[in-house]
Design a protein around this ligand. Structure first.
Ligand code: PMP
Length: 390
């Protein structure tokens, strides 16, 4: 039977970038102890009080169909949080709750793009992006960035592609680079979106993980609220990856249509998950800082380790749970280095090439294991790179 090209074409053919990760998982299945610095998931689990709330909500009967747009309480809580943090007037009518940020990314592009429209995204990119754009029938087009400029997009690179495009997807704080976009970058992006009439889809799932600079939501820039769809999630900020709860914040008219889309696709998010998410969000910024603290600590450790050598370079790690390391001094590709490190030291990192072409010769390290083991793994990575460079 023929399967639709929409589904068979999702990955665009070739490697999907997860080969090293899968090899590490096979080694683990074969009983080999592998230090995994690959995927973006906390080494802590969802906090007990949040689970308690989830349990209570389920036991009290919130297990039927929940309101498709999201519960009033959760939409109000998200709206209040966004308004407080950005200053942009936001009500529940600007919010639709989705099964995680991933579903929000798909839905936001469904709202922005017609089939065949050009949808821009920034390279290096979170691995699912091109597939998500293809999934809605759009034609993904990458804007390259440069390691020497800490992967902040350049105006001329964006403007070379933006004239005939429909949307631009950005992510700050960034996965995979750990870079936080500067105010100047975001202003340039906002101006381009206005001059070329683009939708801006702003993936802000790491907004609580900022170590340097500040997180500026571009929806707060002049005239941007009407053309920006912000993607948010409980996954990273509250260590709730498995709960699948996220949202889109945008103009009321778009949110109304996204609610119709939800009726025809997801039919909402479980009520007990939403109750637990409302409760979690109400714990406030101090709780979010606690969840983010291990990454900040490990980033400081990494800076110390990297300062003791000069083979491996660190792209300014300003946010999120990742480090992007420059291993070009070894003369190897990121992929070759990642395989080499896995085979010789049983340490798994992601090749920069898994995230596009701009991060070639780099590897991404997720700061998602306990501090001492993390420091040790980085030391090993650096001495391995030194050996290969010699
Ligand atoms: N955006 C980025 C940049 C991510 O790294 C992730 C998860 N790794 C997501 C969106 C999706 O997260 P979730 O669906 O768990 O909210």
């Amino acid at each position: 039977m023929h399967q639709s090209t929409r589904i068979t074409g999702l990955t665009g053919g070739g490697s999907d970038g997860w080969d090293v990760f899968l090899k590490a998982r096979r080694m683990i299945a074969d009983g080999i102890a592998v230090t995994e610095l690959t995927i973006g998931e906390h080494d802590i689990r969802t906090a007990a009080p949040i689970l308690q709330k989830m349990h209570e909500a389920a036991m009290s009967g919130h297990t039927g169909y929940a309101a498709v747009p999201g519960t009033d309480t959760l939409r109000d809580t998200v709206a209040a949080r966004v308004q407080e943090r950005t200053g942009v007037p936001t009500t529940r009518n600007n919010v639709v709750i989705t099964p995680g940020g991933q579903a929000a990314l798909f839905a936001a592009h469904m709202a922005a793009c017609d089939p065949g429209d050009t949808a821009l995204y920034i390279d290096p990119y979170y691995a699912t992006y091109p597939g998500t754009l293809r999934g809605v029938g759009a034609v993904p087009r990458a804007i390259k960035t440069h390691a020497a400029e800490a992967f902040q997009p350049r105006a001329e690179d964006l403007r070379a592609q933006s004239r005939n495009a429909t949307s631009l997807l950005i992510n700050t704080p960034n996965n995979p680079t750990g870079v936080v976009y500067s105010d100047a970058t975001l202003n340039m992006i906002a101006e381009t979106c206005q001059s070329d009439d683009l939708w801006l889809i702003s993936d802000e799932v790491y907004d609580t993980q900022v170590w340097e600079g500040r997180h500026l939501s571009p929806r707060a820039l002049p005239e941007m609220a009407e053309r920006t769809l912000v993607v948010g999630s409980m996954s990273k900020s509250h260590a709730m990856t498995g709960s699948r709860c996220g949202w889109i914040v945008g103009p009321e008219a778009v949110i109304a249509n996204l609610i119709t889309l939800a009726t025809h696709t997801t039919y909402g998010v479980p009520g007990y998950i939403q109750d637990a998410s409302s409760f979690a969000l109400k714990q406030g910024a101090a709780f979010e800082a606690e969840i983010a603290a291990p990454f900040q600590r490990r980033r400081a450790l990494a800076k110390q380790v990297l300062a003791r050598q000069n083979t491996v370079g660190l792209v300014p790690a300003q946010g999120a749970m990742y480090l992007m390391l420059d291993i070009r001094a070894t003369g190897m590709t990121g992929e070759a280095f990642a395989y080499d490190l896995l085979e010789n030291h049983h340490i798994a990192v992601m090749p920069g090439e898994s995230f596009g072409t701009s991060a070639a010769g780099h590897v991404r390290v997720a700061m998602t294991i306990e501090d001492q083991a993390f420091e040790q793994a980085l030391n090993t990575l650096c001495s391995h790179a030194e050996k290969r460079a010699a």
